[in-house]
Design a binder for this molecule. Structure first.
Ligand code: NAD
Ligand code: TYD
Length: 343
């Protein structure tokens, strides 16, 4: 780390969005040195950073954001912190929420305390989620709307979101909070719906569609997310919240049909299973505030989805070992949802 470079700390940089952001940041900013801090949980993998691991402008630190002696000095040395690290899967938070509270809330607290001690910190990006608004029957959530999280994941994220804001309001830590919609793209762990369904279809296995399949998610390509974060790091205002949405609201059943078409399969590959507990029906964010700053998504959904499917087809080396290692969890989920048909 040389002092002429901007020191950017990325927590959770070995996960899905974090690794895409690290790769994007190193490419887009020749004057940045990126340090990844990641605990390498089941979701974090060195493989996600394989092509930047040895880059001279990248340092990888294997550590826990809850571990103040490890995380603190890294935050104190940073000019910019982009905080992705979290437990992120709703289904897992329904099974056991402890790690969500520890990492998403307590871990964020550890980072914010260290941020207070860093007078040269220019930006602390709290990566929150559109899920903090809860299920939205009509219209789109604005940044000023009430938060009504409905599952342990979104509640832990809402806690972190407001805790980060409080460190701006109380201690003037230069926090911005971003609330992105569902991301998709390469390197997403095959527990989330798109990579799970794509890899199942490649393997010739049925896909478990929860409930009536009418739940709606707004899909955002991960690179459009990275570009929005870049803009906000530079032009966001401390203390502000920014929604980031792809503008692609799709019912799960329609998404499933699109994937089946792309993979050359048929309806018989859909298995209707019991619904997720407390399943949020719809998320939708207004992105007016961000668009007024000049951002708009660049990746059309059809193209992004086709590219993503191709990536999983071409990178079996990446997902096959993960699915094998994760077989125990999937068997458990299968038992929870699989045995009981929805209809
Ligand atoms: P992910 O599960 O793929 O990756 C999470 C990363 O955090 C992993 O590398 C994991 O090892 C690391 N991590 C977990 N606990 C840690 C700890 N205690 N210390 C250090 N590292 C730890 O998640 P993702 O989908 O890339 O999401 C990244 C962030 O974006 C999260 O904060 C999530 O809430 C938010 N987000 C995700 C989406 C989405 O659609 N995936 C949408 C909006 C917001
Ligand atoms: P997911 O990828 O888990 O993201 P989130 O719950 O954070 O939005 O799920 C996306 C949608 O897909 C959600 O409505 C639940 C649904 N889903 C299924 O129907 N089957 C599955 O096996 C999974 C994992 C999700």
């Amino acid at each position: 780390m040389t002092s002429t470079l901007t020191n950017v700390l990325v927590t959770g940089g070995a996960g899905f969005i974090g690794s895409n952001f690290v790769r994007y940041a190193i490419g887009a900013h020749p004057d940045w040195h990126v340090t990844t801090l990641d605990k390498l949980t089941y979701a974090g993998r060195r493989e996600n950073l394989h092509d930047v691991m040895d880059n001279a402008r990248h340092t990888f630190v294997h550590g826990d954001i809850c571990d103040a002696p490890v995380a603190g000095p890294l935050v104190e040395a940073a000019d910019i912190v982009v905080h992705f690290a979290a437990e992120t899967h709703v289904d897992r938070s329904i099974l056991a929420a402890g790690d969500f509270i520890r990492t998403d809330v307590e871990g964020t607290f550890v980072l914010l305390e260290a941020a207070r001690r860093n007078p040269k910190l220019r930006r602390f990006v709290q990566i929150s989620t559109d899920e903090v608004y809860g299920s939205v029957a009509e219209g789109s959530s604005r940044e000023t709307d009430e938060l009504r999280p409905r599952n342990p994941y979104s509640a832990s994220k809402a806690g972190a979101d407001r805790l980060a804001y409080s460190y701006w309001a109380t201690h003037e830590v230069p926090v911005i909070v971003t609330r992105a919609s569902n991301n998709y793209g390469p390197y997403q762990f095959p527990e989330k719906v798109i990579p799970l369904f794509v890899t199942n279809l490649i393997e010739g296995i049925q896909v478990p569609l929860y409930g009536d399949g009418g739940n709606v998610r707004d899909w955002l390509h991960v690179l459009d997310h990275c570009r929005a974060l870049d803009l906000l790091i530079h032009q966001g205002q401390s203390g502000e919240v920014y929604n980031i949405g792809g503008g692609n609201e799709v019912k799960n059943v329609d998404l499933t049909h699109q994937l089946i078409r792309l993979l050359g399969k048929d309806e018989s590959f859909i298995r209707r299973v019991e619904d997720r507990k407390g399943h949020d029906r719809r998320y939708s964010v207004s992105t007016e505030k961000l668009r007024a700053m000049g951002w708009q998504p660049q990746v059309p959904f059809e193209q992004g989805l086709a590219d993503t499917v191709r990536w999983y087809r071409e990178n079996e080396w990446w997902w096959r070992p993960v699915k094998e290692r994760d077989a125990e969890y999937r068997a458990y989920i299968e038992q929870q949802y699989g045995g009981r048909r929805a209809h």
